[in-house]
Design a binder for this molecule. Structure first.
Ligand SMILES: O=CC(=O)O
Length: 332
């Protein structure tokens, strides 16, 4: 009879192990609801250094649960986990994962992308409306008593009829498009590939897209290809009246250049949920009324978190019962 080395037994049967490298409120709730089904191995709670902890469990860990907050899942970590088959990330972004190494090792990835789409799109539209209709700036104007003392206030722009260029027409971008169409905007887009199922004009070149748009909404993921894709040339093509909204990742935009363009009035405004060096936001932006800032909060609704916990548990169950994952991402 094979000797079972697993540490956790329930009625003599080992629970499948799920590795966690860092504490996270979402993981804690997933654990609270599923500790009868899975044994959650917490590297951070062990007195052993992480590498040693991983070496100890190297033979038995098939699943790693990760988030986009904290250190990335590097090739070095993956090397220490030769039995790993599945990486579940509670993010839509995959930029914290070494995708090439996962591919080489045959590690499947499940993400949160789809279930975040509506909340992220709502936030993108909220930021767009706020910048273009001066909502946050109006709020400050009224609170500061300027309605009484100064009387008038800068006009906002009409939303209907505006040309909105969506960069990345995936789960997020499609939800943004749907919402903005309802507001009377004309949708254009840039994506890795033209999408056969939409009739919006496609621009293979993001600079061309910017030149033909009143607003750019960044909805794509951060990859080597999209890093600083929104550079000075693209920003200048967007132009003095142009507005940029970012709900993707900060580093998709060359942030230094964007700040300069905003300070010099070379673009019209920005609504930003993400930044290059979070939680640090360039101080120059604090003085600008045509900029709306948000602390990477686009997905933070309780409804989204409930769905996320269920998705994570569903993916774990599917994996351990050899069923298709609920939210596997393509990694090729
Ligand atoms: O930014 C959040 C995510 O990638 O899910």
């Amino acid at each position: 009879m094979a000797h079972n080395n697993n540490h956790t037994h329930l009625h003599g049967q080992a629970l499948p192990k799920v590795l966690l490298l860092l504490p996270n409120p979402c993981f804690a709730q997933v654990e609270a609801n599923n500790s009868h089904k899975f044994h959650f191995l917490k590297a951070w709670a062990s007195p052993l250094p992480q590498d040693q902890f991983l070496e100890t469990h190297a033979g038995s860990v098939q699943v790693l649960l990760s988030s986009s907050i904290g250190p990335p899942i590097t090739a070095q970590i993956l090397h220490l986990l030769p039995s790993l088959k599945l990486l579940v990330t509670i993010s839509a972004g995959l930029d914290h994962l070494d995708l090439a190494e996962c591919r080489a090792r045959g590690v499947a990835i499940a993400s949160a992308s789809k279930i975040f789409a509506e909340d992220v799109a709502d936030m993108a539209v909220g930021l767009l409306l706020d910048v273009m209709r001066n909502i946050s700036a109006s709020d400050r104007f009224v609170r500061d008593g300027f309605w009484v003392s100064k009387g008038d206030f800068a006009l906002g722009s009409k939303i209907g009829g505006k040309r909105v260029g969506i960069v990345g027409l995936g789960n997020f971008g499609l939800e943004v498009a749907k919402r903005l169409e309802a507001l009377g905007c004309n949708i254009l887009y840039n994506s890795r590939k033209k999408k056969a199922f939409v009739s919006y004009p496609f621009f293979p070149d993001v600079c061309e897209l910017a030149a033909n748009s009143d607003v750019l909404v960044i909805c794509c993921g951060l990859t080597a290809q999209t890093h600083h894709m929104i550079n000075k040339k693209v920003l200048l093509a967007l132009g003095r009246e142009g507005v940029i909204v970012n709900v993707g990742r900060g580093a998709i935009i060359d942030e230094k250049e964007m700040v300069q363009c905003l300070v010099r009035g070379e673009i019209g405004g920005a609504g930003l949920d993400v930044f290059e060096n979070e939680p640090h936001v360039p101080k120059e932006l604090f003085a600008l009324d045509n900029v709306v800032l948000s602390p990477h909060h686009a997905v933070l609704t309780p409804e989204c978190f409930t769905a996320l916990r269920e998705l994570v548990a569903g993916n774990l169950e599917a994996f351990f019962s050899n069923k298709p994952l609920l939210s596997q991402v393509e990694n090729n």
